[in-house]
Design a binder for this molecule. Sequence first.
Ligand SMILES: *Cc1c(COP(=O)(O)O)cnc(C)c1O
Length: 235
Amino acid sequence: MIDSLQSSAAGAPQLGERLQRVRSAIDDAARAHDRSADDITLIVVTKFHPASLVRELIDLGVHDFGENRHQEASAKARELADQPISWHFVGQLQSNKAKAVREYAHAVHSLDRDSVVTALGTAGQAELDCFIQLNLTDDARRGGVGSDGLEALAERVIAQPSLRLRGVMAVAPLGEDPRRAFEQVRLMSQRLQLLAPDATRISAGMSHDFVDAIAEGATHLRIGSAITGIRPAQG
Ligand SMILES: *Cc1c(COP(=O)(O)O)cnc(C)c1O
């Protein structure tokens, strides 16, 4: 309802235009930091939006989509099973959902504790791309592993043959300078690469801070509302 009001309002940019604006902002930021935009994957986060919006985005050339709740993600994946989509699971994962998430997910960005690593690793044999989620706050209830737990968790991932450790993921804490937060992420990514030289990816940057994330080396942006518009109420 909010969405339809928005898109019918005079002067409100449409989906294609919002996507185009984000893509050109990514290109500009990449160029400003001597990076190639080809090395940056845009994941559009479609949580709370219907499968029909995903279809529209596919028509606009998007193939990587992010979801943060298993039930919603699996329903959309089922509905869009015939579409050329890579699903990225970016939310808190419960161990008892690991097997079900594997059925549609191309990558899981939110590995943050041993139990989830073991559950995902033993729930299937096909290789699954994984990111270790970093907690950049002092609040242990937040998703992600703290700085001093990074290496130990990485060893657990490496020990699971079906998990392909790709890199780190983080959300910049609210109310802090995102550039400084993403600088920490870059440094932790370098630490991880001492253990896992191929784990070079950095999943960071959302609607309001992706330019700072690109400046600090983000390779995978998770962008929702800047492209999809205001999210409908959680249903
Ligand atoms: C919702 C969400 C995003 C996208 O957020 P926007 O601010 O809408 O761009 C990115 N990452 C995670 C983990 C999310 O849950």
